[in-house]
Design a protein around this ligand. Structure first.
Ligand code: AP5
Ligand code: MG
Length: 224
C-alpha cells in the first residue's frame, strides 16, 4: 500500500487545520496537530501543559526537543504505520531534521510537505473571526466558514470559543515567529523535491480540491 507521510506547512491562519479536517475524512489518516496537542495539555494542566502554557500564550515556539519527543512518540506508537498527517510540525529546520531522522529509523521518508500560503493581512482577518470547538478542535470562521448554529460545532455539538492566542498582539508575534523560524522550511523542502504549494487565499473548498488532486497524483507517481 502507498504510504502517505504528510506535513502541512504555512503561516498561522492559512487554513492548515481547516484542510486537515477535510483530508482526514478523504484518506483516513491519523492526524497530529502539535498546536491541538499543546492546547489539550494546557487545558488538562498536565506536566507538559504547565511547561508550555506561557510560551504558547505569548506566540513563541516551544523548544524543539520537547515537541520533537511528543511527535516521535506518536510516530513510534504503531498507529501511524500506514501514513500520517502532521499539522504544525515541523516549524523549524531543527524539527525538520528530527522528523527526517525519526522516519529514517523506521525505514520511512516523508511523501510531501503541503504548503498552504496566505499573506499577513489575510491571516489577521481570519484569526480575528476564528472560532474553535472545545471538544474536537474543529475550526470555523464567523463570516467565511460559519457553523450552522451560531456558537455550536456542526460536528460534535460542543461550544465554540476564541483561542487565547488569537488576540491581535499575539497574532502579530506569531507571524513574526513564522517568518523568522518556519519560512526557511519552504526552501528546505523545495530543495528536497517535497514541497507542494497551494494558494490559501482561495475558498476552503477550492484549496481542498487542489490538495486532494495533488495527493492523488503523488500516489500515482509512487505506483508507477
Ligand atoms: P498552532 O495551533 O499550530 O497554530 P498556527 O500554526 O499559528 O496555526 P493556526 O492553527 O492558527 O492556523 P491554521 O493554519 O490551522 O488555520 P485554520 O484552519 O484554523 O500552534 C499554536 C502554538 O503552539 C504556536 O504558536 C506555538 O506556541 C505552539 N506550537 C505548535 N506547534 C509547535 C511546534 N512544532 N514547535 C514549537 N511550538 C509549537 O483557519 C484560520 C481561520 O481562517 C478559521 O477561522 C477558518 O475558518 C478560516 N479559513 C480557513 N481557510 C479559509 C479559506 N480558504 N478562506 C477563508 N477563511 C478560511
Ligand atoms: Mg491550526
Amino acid at each position: 500500500m502507498t504510504q502517505r507521510n504528510l506535513v502541512l506547512l504555512g503561516p498561522p491562519g492559512a487554513g492548515k487545520g481547516t484542510q486537515a479536517q477535510r483530508l482526514r475524512d478523504d484518506f483516513d489518516l491519523p492526524y497530529y496537530s502539535t498546536g491541538d496537542i499543546l492546547r489539550e495539555a494546557i487545558a488538562s494542566q498536565s506536566e507538559l501543559g504547565k511547561q508550555v502554557k506561557e510560551i504558547v500564550d505569548s506566540g513563541e515556539l516551544v523548544p524543539d526537543d520537547l515537541i520533537g519527543a511528543v511527535v516521535e512518540e506518536r510516530l513510534n506508537s504503531g498507529e501511524a504505520d500506514d501514513g500520517f498527517l502532521l499539522d504544525g510540525f515541523p516549524r523549524t529546520i531543527g524539527q525538520a531534521e528530527m522528523l527526517e531522522q525519526a522516519l529514517s529509523k523506521l525505514g520511512r521518508e516523508l511523501t510531501a510537505a503541503l504548503l498552504i500560503d496566505a499573506p499577513d493581512e489575510e491571516v489577521v482577518r481570519r484569526l480575528s473571526g476564528r472560532r474553535t470547538c472545545v471538544k474536537g478542535g474543529h475550526v470555523y470562521h464567523v463570516d467565511f466558514d460559519p457553523p450552522k448554529r451560531e456558537g455550536v460545532c456542526d460536528q460534535d455539538g460542543s461550544r465554540l470559543v476564541q483561542r487565547d492566542d488569537d488576540k491581535p498582539e499575539t497574532v502579530t508575534k506569531r507571524l513574526e515567529v513564522y517568518h523568522e523560524q518556519t519560512e526557511p522550511l519552504i526552501q528546505w523542502y523545495s530543495e528536497r523535491g517535497l514541497l507542494r504549494r497551494f494558494e490559501g487565499t482561495r475558498t476552503p473548498e477550492e484549496v481542498h480540491s487542489h490538495v486532494r488532486a495533488t495527493l492523488a497524483t503523488l500516489a500515482f507517481e509512487d505506483a508507477t
